[in-house]
Design a protein around this ligand. Structure first.
Ligand SMILES: Nc1ncnc2c1ncn2[C@@H]1O[C@H](COP(=O)(O)OP(=O)(O)O)[C@@H](O)[C@H]1O
Ligand SMILES: [Mg+2]
Length: 324
């Protein structure tokens, strides 16, 4: 068992009321305090900057922050990278074999573009043995819009056309929580650490973290212009927490982000992902989804550290994602 993570109250100078203010501002962990600035902390908690500095210093000592690593160490860690196959050859080719572990993939697109269908399909595929494109793993799934459908999982399992699969077994390995607010969503990610550690010892270790949708609550709650900076800070912290947990477990993170086409924009791409650069800079891979003619859908790889940009077509059927 991993050690119980320390609470922010364990920091010197942080009493119950300061801790409360920190939590309200989205600082839920020692790490999040460790990576903020004294000015920001002082403003939020109404303490002096000198005290804020002391608190941050203590947090940095306690926090589990990565320092420098050698290229060789990173090379060694990346040797463990595995992929979850889409089981649609065009999509696998686009993504260099599938969704990568130790990375966050963000899918963005309009309502109905297929984001939730893809996360359902990957919640199925990850459970398959490696020979069939999976990681023999289980799923932690945060559902913010109440769009998880067990019936779709059942249809997709049957749609794999692999003998001897039982859809009920697949449903057992998907651990779902509804998030009611952005704070609740952040808390769920932090608390999922315990579940992930438990699953590590099981025959289906945690290998896929889904958040569908990553941004809906943030967008709804931080609508005004003045709240934009807070929203971005919180999203940044949220993505950081998510990354830590999937990095520790050599798992995949797959998050969705709804965009709306903006008819007021006459040139350039009329769709813009919510969270803009913050999500974009923290996500390792970004896929833009759009509907095309005749029920066809197009996935476009927009941003990747090691793969060329490109597009792949696919369709969504009752049996799941299929090649065109
Ligand atoms: N059982 C099904 N059979 C075929 N297509 C389906 C089925 N369920 C959903 N779809 C397709 O998926 C679309 C919804 O996509 P979804 O992934 O929910 O969009 P979003 O990007 O908003 O999450 C539907 O409009 C439909 O075209
Ligand atoms: Mg959806």
């Amino acid at each position: 068992m991993a050690e119980k993570p320390q609470e922010i109250e364990d920091l010197p100078g942080v009493g119950p009321s300061t801790a409360e203010k920190l939590r309200e501002a989205g600082y839920l962990t020692i790490e999040s305090v460790a990576t903020t600035s004294p000015a920001e902390l002082a403003e939020i908690t109404e303490i002096s900057e000198a005290t804020a500095k002391k608190i941050i210093k203590a947090a940095r000592e306690k926090a589990d922050l990565d320092g420098f690593k050698t290229g060789k160490e990173i090379f060694e860690q990346r040797k463990d990278v595995r992929k979850i196959s889409f089981r649609v050859p065009e999509l696998d080719t686009l993504m260099g074999g599938g969704l990568e572990t130790q990375a966050i993939t963000e899918m963005y697109g309009e309502f109905g573009s297929g984001k939730s269908q893809i996360v359902h399909q990957m919640a199925v595929n990850v459970q398959l043995p490696e020979d069939d494109g999976g990681l023999n793993g289980s799923v932690i799934y945060i559902d913010t819009e109440n769009t998880f459908r067990p019936e779709r999982i059942e249809q997709m399992v049957n749609g794999l056309e692999i003998d001897g699969l039982d859809a009920q077994d697949f449903l057992k390995n998907i651990h779902i929580a509804r998030a009611h607010t952005s704070d609740h969503q952040m808390l769920l990610v932090e608390n999922s650490r315990e579940l992930a550690n438990e699953l590590k010892e099981s025959d289906k270790p945690f290998k896929l973290f889904i958040i569908d949708s990553l941004t809906a609550h943030f967008r709804a709650e931080y609508a005004g212009r003045g709240t934009l900076a807070t929203r971005q800070q919180k999203l940044n912290r949220h993505m950081h927490e998510l990354f830590k947990i999937i990095d520790e477990h050599n798992a995949v993170a797959l998050v969705t982000n709804q965009v709306m086409s903006n008819p007021a924009v006459f040139f350039g791409d009329p769709t813009k992902p919510i969270g803009g650069n913050i999500v974009g800079h923290t996500a390792t891979f970004r896929i833009y989804l759009r509907k095309s003619k005749g029920g066809k859908r197009i996935a476009r790889l927009v941003d990747s550290p090691n793969l060329p940009e490109g597009e792949a077509p696919f369709i969504v059927e009752e049996a799941g994602l299929k090649p065109c």
